[in-house]
Design a protein around this ligand. Structure first.
Ligand SMILES: *Cc1c(COP(=O)(O)O)cnc(C)c1O
Length: 350
């Protein structure tokens, strides 16, 4: 007998690299190049370190209040986590306990199958054609839960509210989770559906559109009943997932709507520019509604272009995975970052 027999053996999610080299243009983990609201500096300067001797507010109530206000919902419809990855992990643990499989797209956020393995949740993936478009009918089959990002990652493709409503409506017995990590870059949130349906949970993050990946803040919005179940599980796992500094920073970022709009608009316009220029270089560029583009070139493998960019100190994301190994996922950085990246590609392709 050995502890090895009883260990929970899992194959972990692999996050994009955080390189130590400083002069790299980092376009590999969908961070926002503009940094958080300038109001964060005041908060940090005024932060009284004495507060650190106390536990933080266990539910981040002040921050929940700001989120609720921003979206016009009740504070009890908001749940905070240490990054949306934690919100996702707790949501899988809370809601996906059936014997039937949960459903998610074949090409999607690669953390989902990792949670399934960790918790031993059966799952079935929704097959996708070469264009990565999803068909809603694929979700019309037996399941004990559904999750997909909208826009999808890493494809950047968006489905409309009618698509989501039909999936939610057909699957009234299941909870449908919409992972809206990238919704602020031009998509339409499923939030209005909360008024009509109880079986929907929307998850968002401060990491991308609010440029706070380092603060680890994510949140879920749903009916009071659904959200209360999340709190019960969170309070059975870790009462204080969010430190008091992040709670305060998150609040000012949520409330600084002008800066938020300004940054997301800059990213959207650089994305449109990048898509156009990549098309001129012969790339196949699916429509992106996120802060990244997912592209391939007919004449070069994904690995070759990834390596070439890396040699030129530009880091993008590449997966050695069936169906997507010829694609690169390129985060939208500053306009200058994108121009540098495009110039570099031109030197190879033209
Ligand atoms: C980035 C991302 C997340 C997680 O973000 P956090 O930093 O943990 O908030 C969740 N879902 C998708 C699809 C993402 O791309």
């Amino acid at each position: 007998m050995s502890w090895r027999e009883y260990v929970r053996d899992v194959e972990p999610y692999v996050a994009g690299e955080q390189p130590k080299i400083v002069d790299l243009i980092k376009l590999n983990t969908n961070e926002n190049p503009y940094g958080p609201s300038p109001l964060v500096r005041n908060v940090l300067e005024q932060y009284n370190e004495e507060r650190l001797k106390y536990y933080p507010n266990s539910d981040g109530e002040e921050l929940c209040k700001s989120i609720a206000q921003y979206y016009g919902i009740d504070q009890q419809q908001v749940f905070l986590g240490n990054g949306s990855d934690e919100v996702l992990a707790l949501s899988f643990l809370t809601f996906f306990n059936g014997k039937k499989p949960i459903l998610f797209p074949e090409i999607t956020y690669s953390f989902y199958p990792v949670y399934c393995e960790l918790y031993k949740i059966p799952f079935t993936t929704i097959p996708m054609q070469d264009d990565f478009l999803l068909s809603k009918e694929a979700f019309f089959k037996e399941n004990n839960g559904i999750i997909f990002p909208n826009p999808n990652a890493p494809t950047g493709l968006l489905v409309d509210l009618q698509f989501i409503e039909e999936v939610v409506c057909y699957n009234k017995e299941s909870l449908v989770i919409i992972d809206e990590a990238y919704i602020d870059f031009g998509g339409v949130s499923a939030l209005p559906l909360l008024e009509k349906y109880e079986n929907i949970l929307i998850i968002q993050t401060f990491s991308k559109s609010r440029s706070l990946a380092g603060a680890r803040l994510g949140f879920a919005m749903g009916s009071k009943e659904v959200i209360a179940k999340l709190y019960d599980v969170k309070n059975s796992f870790n009462s204080y997932p969010i430190d008091s500094i992040s709670q305060t920073i998150g609040k000012v970022c949520m409330e600084d709507q002008n800066y938020f709009k300004e940054c997301t608009n800059k990213i959207i316009s650089s994305r449109e520019y990048t898509c156009q220029e990549l098309k001129k270089l012969g790339f196949i560029v699916p429509d992106s509604y996120a802060n990244f583009v997912f592209v391939k070139h007919p004449d070069y493998s994904g690995k070759e272009l990834y390596d070439y960019l890396r040699e030129n100190k530009i880091l993008v994301r590449h997966w050695n995975k069936e169906k997507i190994s010829d694609y690169l996922r390129i985060t939208i950085g500053t306009q200058t970052d994108m121009e540098t990246m495009l110039e570099c590609l031109k030197r190879k392709l033209l």
